[in-house]
Ligand binder design. Sequence first.
Ligand SMILES: [Zn+2]
Ligand SMILES: [Zn+2]
Length: 109
Amino acid sequence: MRFCEKCGNLLVVEKKRKNIYLVCRKCKRVYKTKGEKLRIGSAITEGKKKIIVMTEKDQFAELPKTKIICPKCENMEAYWWMQQTRSTDEPPTMFYRCTKCGYSWRSYG
Ligand SMILES: [Zn+2]
Ligand SMILES: [Zn+2]
């Protein structure tokens, strides 16, 4: 499981010809994979491209959970992870993802 170095969003797996890339859906940044073994789940088609994604269940099952209120659906539990988004002398940003509706948000706390 990998996160975008720029915005901290979760990366999805995209297959182009024989190469597999990790793509950030938010800022469209593309990361090359160095022969990493990727766990690939379902294949979906977006436009003309065939995109293979890891199942969200697999990705988020590895994350710790915490009790926090989702701003969207008021569910009381969310997955969380930390990501260094800007310069290294700034504290890392906390990200949350609701276990119920899948809404993601960040905290600068
Ligand atoms: Zn990004
Ligand atoms: Zn929610």
